[in-house]
Design a protein around this ligand. Sequence first.
Ligand SMILES: Nc1ncnc2c1ncn2[C@@H]1O[C@H](COP(=O)(O)OP(=O)(O)OP(=O)(O)O)[C@@H](O)[C@H]1O
Length: 246
Amino acid sequence: MHLVFDHVSFRYGRKTPVFNELSLRIDARATVLLGPNGAGKSTLMAIAASHLTPSRGSVTFDGGTAKGRHLAAYRERVAWIPQQITPMPGLTVREQVAYAGWLKGMPKDAAWRASEDALRRVDLTRLAERKSNQVSGGQLRRMGIAGALTHRSELILMDEPTAGLDPTQRRVFRKLVDDLADSVQVIVSTHQTEDLADLYTQVAVLSHGEISFQGSPADFHALAPTATDGREQAEAAYATLVGREI
Ligand SMILES: Nc1ncnc2c1ncn2[C@@H]1O[C@H](COP(=O)(O)OP(=O)(O)OP(=O)(O)O)[C@@H](O)[C@H]1O
């Protein structure tokens, strides 16, 4: 499966362009999209989710375009977990998860049935009957992932899923991404090199709206000065690419 950005240009209103003819192909099971604040990660994820439309160029998933009459089919396959998940007033966690499946065209009872397994996979079963506006930020993001699993997305885009989480929750998330990558393609954006962990098979670095690196974690680490290792190595490689922006 591959997600392709082909000469994508985008700007917010009349502001300076965020992307000017950006091209990128992502076909690894688990990819981390690294970049400093303001590099354009969220914008790129929102374009991949077809939530934002490029002014020029195209986005395709396995050849299917995110445009016109193909849009609904594209959205069935590609799920987006934005930084802020909005709880729906009055709905329980399970209802909101099932609703996500229904929104993507599943029959109500099938979505309801699938939501049970999805909640189990993200370890939220015990909170299934709680109102979705009464759970934590990390739990909300897991609920968003459960929604994506309910309708069997093939690609899950997660925008800064570990932002604002404590170290324990961050570990829970990395484990979750690791498990997910066995069955779906995953792209995670972050500005934290510690999120690189060993579970990603591809690294892409976005800097000033351009891809400054794409390759394996080993190639990425090799950018670091030779004296560094472990987590420091990822940080040093990142610093080499984006310099003082960290
Ligand atoms: N709604 C918006 N209207 C105008 N400009 C925006 C909007 N959202 C983002 N931008 C600008 O677009 C650029 C890219 O922002 P984006 O949020 O995609 O970056 P990011 O890499 O996700 O940053 P962060 O790590 O801080 O979330 C920034 O210069 C930002 O100021």
